[in-house]
Design a protein. Structure first.
Length: 245
């Protein structure tokens, strides 16, 4: 039989010298996988080294005030003396002129062209302490001496206030100085502002003559006309304090 002499398919397998077929086509790209869940946050790293200091900022603070009754400024951080002066004001018998005390320089400079005639239109006078026996300031030491003053600059604070009736500043404020509330006598014609005179006042040397120009008296509360008699006490001299922030 002729078919018996032909090799079978299994006999040809592995013996064919056929050429390889061409590459198959690229398959379609599969879809992206789903995002995984966020992992647990790791521990914080150690702090890095401190950087160099930045440039100095601009000076944005600053104020001035007058320390009445002293030649110098307090030993408070940021406070320096601008100038030492003399307290002056209108005569206690005059109804005109200025209505406040001012701190006159001890080294006046007159502009060229000023006259050499005093017309007496608005004179200004030195100011004296007027102290009664038994009052807070010592009469024997201060009475009828002239009052010095000092203009002070604060370069690191920008707010200032004088609080009458206490010698303690509110929380967060710096006490520049404290002392006694003083003003002109109530029936004198010269009206003046209430002024905080230092608790330990200095004196202008050589001024105990009692010339009676502008004057300063202790202030006491009249607690029968609006100021409550508790806590105010009409027998006692009122305190004051100058504070900055």
């Amino acid at each position: 039989n002729e078919s018996d002499s032909l090799p079978t398919r299994s006999a040809w397998r592995g013996k064919c010298d056929c050429l390889p077929g061409r590459d198959g086509r690229d398959g379609v790209q599969g879809r992206d996988g789903r995002d995984g869940m966020q992992g647990v946050e790791g521990p914080s790293g150690a702090p890095g080294p401190m950087g160099p200091p930045g440039p100095s900022g601009k000076d944005v603070g600053g104020l001035t005030y007058i320390r009445w009754g002293k030649r110098s400024c307090p030993n408070t951080s940021g406070t320096t003396l601008v100038y030492e002066g003399l307290t002056a004001g209108s005569h206690y018998t005059h109804s005109g002129g200025g209505a406040n005390y001012i701190c006159m320089t001890k080294e006046p400079l007159y502009q060229p062209g000023t006259s050499t005639v005093n017309h007496g239109n608005s004179p200004i006078y030195g100011t004296e302490y007027e102290i009664y026996s038994g009052q807070a300031l010592n009469r024997g030491r201060t009475h009828e001496h002239n009052v010095p003053c000092a203009v002070c600059e604060v370069n690191n604070r920008s707010k200032q206030l004088m609080i009458p009736g206490t010698y303690i500043c509110p929380s967060g404020w710096t006490r520049e100085y404290y002392g006694w509330l003083m003003a002109e006598r109530f029936y004198h014609k010269g009206r003046t502002m209430y002024t905080c005179v230092d608790n330990f006042p200095d004196l202008v040397d050589g001024t105990a003559a009692g010339t009676n120009g502008a004057l300063m008296y202790h202030v006491e509360a009249d607690c029968s006309t609006g100021l409550p008699c508790a806590p105010y006490d009409g027998r006692r001299e009122l305190s004051c304090v100058v504070c900055t922030k």
